[in-house]
Design a protein around this ligand. Structure first.
Ligand SMILES: [Zn+2]
Ligand SMILES: [Zn+2]
Length: 205
């Protein structure tokens, strides 16, 4: 299912830039740390075929507050990253930034979580920010980005960029109308000021 991330109870990999060791302050309720760091996106953030994604390895800027509370460590923060996106109407590439706020309480092992099945835990005082950052960023990605609110999109006939050529149009769109237009053209030329031949000679048969 999209939007859900398994939260294994295995020990987080301490080498991951998303894993934070809270050993020094986790058991001292009231103490607080801030973290400001830029880390690489571990994998694609967003739908593989989506109109807005954060590619793997992109810089993810983390501004984070870690508070030791009675039940564990509360992480509150913001993740920012450049987004590779295209306008859903005209398909032009867009320069966007996603800003996602997140909060997660990492419980001490054995702590009563009040029946919360999605609860996450500290393992050896390590907490892993990756799942919560991943979900927050994916949720914050624009589902239908536009280069501008009134983007005119593409000409359905030829694919021309209508933003650059708002007057763009095609003479004949539908073959049924095209036939009528031909008749109209004939009438127009027959009633013109300089007919090729006198009208009487058009009725030989
Ligand atoms: Zn557009
Ligand atoms: Zn066109």
């Amino acid at each position: 299912m999209p939007g859900t991330t398994p939260r294994p109870a295995a020990q987080p990999d301490p080498r991951s830039p998303f894993v934070i060791d809270t050993h020094e302050y986790a058991r001292r309720p009231g103490s607080m740390r801030t973290v400001h760091d830029t880390v690489p996106a571990p994998d694609l953030l967003g739908d593989k075929d989506g109109v807005a994604v954060v590619p793997p390895g992109s810089d993810v800027r983390l501004d984070l507050r870690l508070e030791a509370v009675v039940e564990g460590v509360l992480a509150t923060g913001t993740a920012r990253a450049a987004v590779v996106a295209e306008c859903v109407r005209c398909l032009e590439p867009l320069d966007l930034e996603v800003e996602a706020e997140f909060q997660e309480l990492y419980f001490f092992p054995g702590e009563d979580t009040g029946g919360d099945e999605d609860a996450v835990f500290l393992v050896n005082d390590l907490l892993d920010l990756e799942p919560v950052v991943h979900d927050a960023v994916v949720l914050a990605l624009p589902p239908a980005p536009l280069c501008r609110e009134d983007c005119l999109g593409l000409c359905p006939e030829c694919g021309a960029l209508l933003n650059e050529d708002p007057e763009h149009e095609h003479e004949t769109v539908d073959p049924r109308w095209a036939a009528l237009a031909d008749l109209k053209d004939q009438e127009d030329s027959n009633s013109g000021t300089a007919p090729v031949a006198p009208p009487a000679q058009d009725h030989q048969e």
